[in-house]
Write a protein that binds this ligand. Structure first.
Ligand SMILES: NC(=O)c1ccc[n+]([C@@H]2O[C@H](COP(=O)([O-])OP(=O)(O)OC[C@H]3O[C@@H](n4cnc5c(N)ncnc54)[C@H](OP(=O)(O)O)[C@@H]3O)[C@@H](O)[C@H]2O)c1
Length: 312
């Protein structure tokens, strides 16, 4: 639903690469775009998102609309009886996100947020290193995700379309903190820096803790490119340099630093777009929805806390 950049570059090629999936149609607001995508990806072109929902031969929707439109179209998709893989951030606030989750529960449909990086094998490799005691006990977690300014007409600069860095790059920082420290986190301090004319936040930082371990994160889209995390332990440090946007074919590098020693481990490439799609399908077939709902709500709670804690 929506011929988005992320759909064209990564998600539709992944759908088409998996034999478990059949891409039935793409829907766009315009005939021209729908047609262009349909020809490129060998499927039907549909004009108007509602017309897509009226199709009975469609089980699931991949929804990469601007964040501010998710609420309307997730609700409509659930009402039409479709499972949904929705792009991050799933909702713009906790209240509306909770209502979407409750509707999915009521309709017995899967609603999942597309944080595909969690399904890239590089992070499980890091988790295994942590469990094996490679860097001793974990002492703290730090992460950054940010990039230089986007085109002026990008929806991320439009408050009405759910723009802003927190719901975009910032959301990864809250998610990766949960990935390594668990869901029992609270935001203790945060800053969001707004563009006064656009009324959207351009960059920010947050400090989260679970009472034992802390996470310091920063993000933005007026920044020198960073896409990393580092885990500092009692005996060493682990760093991942391309943590959230590893494209298919890219071989990730994990760096281990210890007293007088620096090791770089080059890992096999992976395709986290295909991996999350397979997991989405598996969750539907097994009817395992609840942990996805819980993850969505924890994420929305932390986003809300960042907004409440911002001191600027
Ligand atoms: N998981 C990831 O790695 C990842 C990466 C990038 C982005 N995302 C997420 O994916 C979503 C889309 O991001 P994107 O960068 O791909 O966006 P994009 O290229 O701007 O695409 C958004 C699409 O939404 C549709 N749309 C409907 N109303 C619109 C409006 N008023 N203004 C603009 N577009 C409108 C358009 O499709 P039609 O013209 O065909 O209707 C447009 O192509 C966002 O939620 C973003 O956070 C996720």
């Amino acid at each position: 639903m929506g011929c988005a950049n992320i759909a064209e570059r990564y998600m539709i090629p992944a759908i088409n690469a998996l034999e478990e999936f059949k891409l039935v149609a793409v829907a766009s607001r315009t005939q021209e775009t729908a047609q262009k995508f349909a020809e490129k990806f060998n499927c039907e072109a549909i004009v108007g998102y509602q017309s897509l929902l009226e199709r009975e031969d469609i089980d699931a929707i991949y929804l990469p609309l601007p964040t501010g439109l998710h609420n309307e179209w997730i609700n409509k998709s659930l009402d039409a009886g479709k499972h949904i893989l929705a792009e991050k951030s799933l909702g713009i606030d906790f209240h509306s996100t909770k209502a979407m989750v409750e509707k999915a529960q009521e309709k017995k449909l899967l609603l999942m947020e597309n944080f595909q990086f969690q399904y890239h094998s590089q992070h499980n490799y890091v988790k295994k290193l942590l469990t094996s005691g490679e860097i001793g006990e974990m002492r703290s977690f730090r992460a950054s995700f940010g990039f230089p300014p986007l085109a002026w007409n990008n929806f991320r600069y439009n408050a009405e379309l759910g723009g802003g860095s927190l719901l975009d790059a910032g959301s990864y920082m809250l998610k990766v903190s949960q990935f390594f420290l668990g869901s029992d986190l609270e935001v203790k301090a945060a800053d969001l820096v707004y563009d006064e004319e656009l009324k959207v936040d351009l960059y920010g930082t947050a400090y989260l803790t679970n009472g034992k371990l802390s996470s310091q994160v920063a993000w933005g889209f007026d920044n020198f490119y960073q896409c990393n995390y580092e885990i500092w332990g009692s005996k060493g440090k682990l760093s991942c340099e391309r943590a959230y946007s590893a494209p298919p074919g890219f071989s990730p590098k994990i760096i281990i630093e210890k007293q007088g020693l620096r090791t770089e481990i080059l890992l096999d490439s992976d395709n986290h777009f295909e991996n999350i799609l397979k997991y989405f399908r598996h969750s539907i077939l097994e009817q395992k929805y609840e942990h996805h709902f819980k993850e969505i709500l924890t994420q929305a709670r932390l986003i809300e806390q960042v907004k409440l804690k911002t001191s600027l």
